[in-house]
Write a protein that binds this ligand. Structure first.
Ligand code: BMA
Length: 326
């Protein structure tokens, strides 16, 4: 299989910053790109992951069905905007009935590392933990193991081994609507056994005061790993999910170089503020075209639909430096 994560991705979805705007990040004018009812079975399609695939795009989508079961469906797209999704969830091949039994799956992330696509998601195994699977071709999907003990969410792999090990950001949690949460990372020689856990960063004031969690696969830059992450504020009406960014050390990614003090994007549009869970902007994937610096972020709106936002790497890093509070 050829390398599927080239640094040049000239065909990622893109729209220039609206005239008159000075925001470092801006929304796609035709958001949401995926409506809740794109497929007959779906109640909602959100918090989903897109990757480059054979010159086009493939993805793993969180589709909650009309029984309100949370599961992952496969999708393909020529342009990264218009998607065709399977009506039925992915069937994960697994030899082990103990862990293979389905409880629920949600919030997938997908990354190409070395020879295949790895998929991580929040997997129900006596509570939420991080499921790890892989596919070579988006045809057969293999379930490998749960990386960690319950309770954990937001398992996000780095796109290459660091110092010879796979590295995964994750967020220990509880079995419910966790009112706390810091970002840690864990390391593994083989994707099976995870250890050497490190604290990366904890909650801070305002938009990131209740809990935080890694979002898309971190993007490697000469200055560090760019990590988008969500942050949660508890208002008198419930949680508000915004997102920001941080820059992590290349060799010791638990060291935070910069971290955004203000949010980058908070729920403000109708499709972010109104839906099954109001006031949620939850990023799970980003595509990066290094030659132009274009970054396209996929995020879920109000736990109901999928949307896009855009920014430029140089502007984002300048903004991060000027608006950092580590
Ligand atoms: C988190 C996850 C996300 C969801 C968010 C807001 O705990 O379940 O999938 O987007 O809550 O409901």
């Amino acid at each position: 299989m050829t390398h599927q994560n080239p640094s040049a991705l000239p065909n990622i979805p893109w729209e220039d910053r609206p005239t008159g705007s000075s925001e470092v990040i801006w929304r796609y004018s035709a958001n949401p790109i995926i409506p809740r009812n794109l497929i007959p079975s779906s109640n909602s399609i959100f918090n989903s992951a897109a990757v480059p695939f054979n010159g086009k795009f493939a993805g793993v989508f969180r589709c909650d069905n009309k029984k309100r079961e949370m599961n992952l469906n496969r999708g393909f797209s020529d342009d990264g905007i218009n998607w065709k999704l399977d009506n039925d969830p992915i069937e994960w091949l697994s030899d082990d009935p103990e862990i293979g039994r389905y409880q629920y799956r949600y919030d997938p992330r997908v990354v190409w590392i070395e020879d295949r696509y790895w998929v991580t998601w929040c997997n129900g195994y006596h509570g939420p933990t991080i499921g790890v699977g892989y596919t070579y071709d988006f045809e057969k999907f293999h379930f490998l193991e749960n990386a960690l003990l319950p309770f954990n969410r937001n398992g996000v792999l780095f796109p290459r081994k660091i110092n010879g090990k796979f590295v995964m950001l994750n967020r220990p949690s509880d079995n419910g609507h966790t009112p706390f949460g810091d970002i840690y990372l864990s390391q593994s020689p083989d994707m099976m056994y995870w250890g050497e856990h490190r604290f990366v960063m904890g909650t801070k004031g305002g938009w990131q005061s209740t809990k935080i969690g890694a979002g898309p696969i971190p993007i490697e830059t000469p200055d560090g790993w760019l990590m988008f992450y969500h942050g949660v504020l508890t208002s008198c009406n419930g949680f508000i999910y915004s997102f920001g960014a941080a820059l992590l050390d290349l060799d010791q990614p638990w060291k935070v170089i910069y971290r955004s003090d203000p949010y980058l994007l908070s729920p403000q549009t109708l499709y972010e503020c109104v839906g099954d869970v109001p006031n949620v902007a939850f990023p799970c994937a980003a595509l990066y075209d290094e030659p132009t610096g274009r970054i396209t972020i996929y995020y879920g709106g109000a736990d109901t639909v999928t949307a896009l936002a855009f920014c430029k790497m140089d502007e984002l890093q300048d903004w991060l430096k000027q608006n950092s509070m580590v």
